[in-house]
Design a protein around this ligand. Structure first.
Ligand code: UDP
Ligand code: MG
Length: 350
């Protein structure tokens, strides 16, 4: 009897050890092990510094670990010279450089998704363009992937951001953990590595506003978090305004939980029950005590009744909307880690 072991479920191979499955699926791109995806938005001031550190780091990893890499830059509709600088870089290192150009600014996560759709590697690393995450740390992520993890998250040691950003992040981390049950110590750090299988699953999700590290976490079998160093921005300013940060956190909470919606509908249901009790009490008083305050209480009774009906209606709508929302996201409903049976079924995504 053949039994699929837990750890031997069909998955993409790890860097440096290409499996048969990838040979069947991706015959033309067999040789790429690591794809680095870098979103770029108005980063002209720091791009040359990035190239000067990223390429040598990856060349060193390629030499020491015997892997092949590619870098996919996604220009997220920059209004400065970033697109031209990336095009020049492509001409300099066409062997390992690919550039995707957006016509407008769609946001960091959309840019990364566009990169994900084109990756050829078995292991995919995301990196910010501003050098806050040192490219020299990528080797740690690749080693963790080679050790068998399919998702490597990171925790920034001595994070170099403004005090209010750090405080807001801490608070959001806690709220998000309670609401979504996704455990990430440091949700904001985008230097992460993903197995190709996770990226392919992410590519199946057609949702527009998303938060990639959280999405990947829900699809991972063997995630790990490692510590990485963090630096000040090499040049330029953060591309996230307060408004953009709030929107991003809304994406994170609403994208991974309908708890806020359900809390509201539950609140509506409780209030409508309370108002029903009040209405009954006012009706009894009307019968046994007679009209009070010239019928004002009766009027209150009617008003409470109508408010109760409305709240209950909103609550019910909330429940339906929550379900519709979960449907339209179109995420895979489950990921099968392994199957124990005689005839092996290789379907991993439901
Ligand atoms: N970025 C992007 N599109 C945007 C905003 C940011 O592609 O709309 C890129 C940006 O160029 C950088 C990365 O996303 O490579 C992280 O942005 P930033 O450093 O401004 O964020 P912070 O570190 O302040 O959270
Ligand atoms: Mg940054």
């Amino acid at each position: 009897m053949s039994i699929v072991e837990q750890v031997e479920w069909p998955r993409a191979s790890r860097p440096g050890e290409l499996a048969d499955r990838s040979a069947q699926v991706l015959p033309d791109v067999l040789s790429i092990d690591v794809s680095v995806v870098v979103p770029v938005y108005n980063e002209e001031a720091g791009l040359h510094q990035l190239f000067a550190r990223l390429y040598p780091s990856l060349d060193a990893i390629a030499a020491s670990r015997g892997i092949r890499y590619e870098i996919i830059f996604v220009n997220d509709g920059s209004r400065d010279r970033s697109a031209a600088i990336l095009s020049d870089q492509f001409r300099l290192r066409p062997d390992v450089t690919r550039v995707v150009l957006f016509n407008a600014n769609y946001g960091q996560h959309a840019a990364i998704m566009a990169g994900f759709e084109r990756v050829r590697g078995q292991c995919i690393v995301t990196l910010d363009a501003d050098l806050q995450n040192p490219p020299e740390e990528i080797v740690k992520l690749i080693d963790a992937m080679r050790a068998g993890h399919d998702y490597v998250g990171t925790i920034r040691q001595a994070r170099k951001d403004s005090a209010w950003r750090k405080a807001a992040s801490r608070a959001m981390n806690r709220i998000r953990e309670r609401i979504t049950h996704i455990t990430m110590t440091d949700q904001g750090c985008m230097l992460r590595a993903y197995d190709r299988r996770i990226v392919e699953t992410i590519n199946q999700c057609r949702e527009i506003n998303t938060f990639i590290p959280a999405l990947a976490y829900t699809f991972a079998n063997n995630p790990v978090e490692i510590e990485v160093t963090h630096a000040e921005r090499a040049a330029g300013e953060s591309k996230y305004s307060l408004y953009a940060l709030i929107r991003l956190n809304f994406d994170l909470v609403t994208g991974f939980s309908v708890v806020p919606l359900q809390a509201f509908s539950l609140f509506g249901a409780i209030l409508s029950v309370a108002s029903a009790v009040l209405v009954v009490w006012l009706a009894l008083r009307r019968i046994f005590v007679g009209p009070e305050a010239e019928g004002l209480f009766t009027l209150f009774g009617i008003a409470f009744f109508l408010i109760g009906v409305t709240l209950l209606g909103i609550g019910l709508l909330g429940e339906y909307i929550g379900r519709i929302y979960e449907e339209v996201r179109g995420r895979p409903r489950w990921i099968v880690q392994g199957v124990l049976e005689r005839d092996v079924d290789t379907k991993t995504v439901g």
